[in-house]
Design a protein around this ligand. Structure first.
Ligand SMILES: *Cc1c(COP(=O)(O)O)cnc(C)c1O
Length: 442
């Protein structure tokens, strides 16, 4: 598979080139030249395949030519060596729990896949690769964990000071080794802007072999498709599900739509946003207007200019009407999010995290509308899935206050509380970051 740049100036790239570069030289996002069509047989019989077989079958067309089959199978097996349970919350609503990985966030899959691909591509090189990543919370921990100890790769993480939760901060500042955390006294957008400028800076690119681990990297973006196949594998209903995805940079939902276009049955997608409502506004008004990000209690979605939305437009050949028939998007405020956590705990004894709560509420609202719209009692009621993208323990102040329950940390993160935070504090200025990078020993 080759990948073209969405800016259409740079030459197309192999999977290896696209992964190593992150972004095309013309600053466009890489996009697959064709969308694979999965066989009907594979979809119909998906229950008879193992997680590992599904992972290999889905990823192979995207990676083919860059990684031999046996290595790819090995990378897939390591990437997905935990559970992705579909848990029933109510009669018509299911939670796809994506927080059973090492950092309790769905980003583990993308980060684990990408780090292992980069490790493979670097196997015979002398120059180190430096992964630069901006995080609004969960990316940092997943990337740090995914890359920890990978030979030939250094990781530099920029995160907004005081805007990530205590568990999130520990996950990205306590690993040491090849992982460095930079604490920016500003917003996530500041972090992302510094990273973007770094990629465009000639001197930095001369000194370092830089790559990104944000969801613009194809090796992080594409494996997220697997969640949707694992959800469908566990889906017992007659009709395809409506799927609601808590969205910030829109990488996860874009991967879901890609899976759908490849043949995975999905009735409709909902991009559930918090107060950062660029996409809901676009679908309403036709006007795409990036904004400053607003801080919310679902902070991993505090994104004012979602980088992957352009890929969704490309999936629909820039036809907004086609897009609207398959994708809705809504903005849910913090008060509603908290009330949802409280209600669902009371009604169903299920503890949502703030991101999952945004997605749950958006799904419920859509299903009520859908029921009224197509009121025909002889048909089975539509059922839906929301993606629960983080463990509630990552947001203890909110979840504990709202549910009046102590949220126990799984053993996999208990050890963090005894570790010492190590970060480098920095102004939100590219000049300051560049000076630090230029004075650093490689
Ligand atoms: C990153 C993240 C999101 C948003 O995912 P995108 O792919 O950026 O849309 C949602 N929830 C959690 C917990 C996250 O970490």
């Amino acid at each position: 598979m080759n990948y073209y740049s969405l800016n259409k100036i740079s030459a197309s790239a192999t999977f290896e080139e696209a992964t190593v570069k992150g972004q095309a030289p013309d600053k466009g996002l890489y996009f697959p030249e064709s969308i694979p069509a999965l066989s009907k047989d594979f979809i119909t019989n998906i229950q008879s395949y193992s997680k590992e077989e599904i992972g290999f079958t889905v990823m192979k067309p995207f990676v083919g030519g860059s990684i031999p089959d046996d290595v790819l199978q090995h990378i897939v097996n390591e990437t997905i060596n935990f559970d992705f349970p579909l848990v029933k919350v109510s009669d018509t609503i299911y939670s796809l729990e994506l927080f059973h990985g090492p950092t309790l966030a769905f980003k583990d899959v993308g980060a684990r896949f990408m780090s292992r691909c980069l490790g493979y591509f670097n196997r015979n090189k002398n120059q180190k690769t430096t992964v630069l990543v901006a995080t609004s919370g969960d990316t940092g921990g997943a990337v740090a964990n995914g890359f920890l100890g990978v030979e030939g790769v250094d990781v530099i993480i920029l995160y907004p000071s005081k805007k990530v939760s205590p568990v999130q901060e520990l996950q990205l500042t306590t690993l040491g080794k090849n992982i460095t955390a930079i604490e920016i006294t500003g917003s996530f957008d500041d972090c992302q802007s510094i990273v973007k400028q770094a990629f465009a800076d000639a001197e930095l690119n001369n000194k370092y072999s830089l790559t990104s681990a944000n969801s613009i990297n194809v090796a992080r973006w594409l494996p997220q498709q697997l969640y949707y196949f694992y959800a469908y594998q566990q889906w017992q209903q007659e009709k395809p599900p409506i799927i609601s995805v808590p969205s910030g940079n829109f990488g996860n939902i874009c991967a879901g739509i890609l899976a759908n276009i490849s043949g995975l049955p999905v009735k409709h997608f909902i991009a559930a946003c918090n107060a950062n409502d660029v996409v809901p506004e676009f679908l309403k008004t036709g006007n795409y207007q990036p904004k400053q990000s607003i801080a919310t209690i679902s902070n991993a979605m505090d994104v004012g200019n979602p980088s992957n939305f352009i890929r969704i437009l490309e999936l629909f050949h820039q036809k907004t009407d086609d897009l609207k028939s398959q994708l809705s998007s809504v903005s849910i405020d913090d008060v509603t999010t908290e009330e949802t956590i409280k209600d669902i705990f009371k009604k169903y004894n299920y503890v949502l995290d703030p991101h999952g709560a945004v997605a749950y509420y958006a799904l419920k609202e859509y299903m009520e509308w859908d029921n009224n719209e197509f009121d025909n009692s002889t048909l089975p009621k539509p059922a839906g899935i929301f993606l629960e993208t983080a463990h509630p323990v990552k947001f203890p102040e909110i979840v504990e206050a709202v549910t009046a329950q102590k949220i126990e940390a799984p053993e996999s993160v208990e050890y963090l509380f005894d570790r010492k935070k190590l970060s480098i504090e920095m102004q939100p200025s590219f000049a300051a970051f560049k000076e630090w990078m230029m004075s650093k020993n490689v």
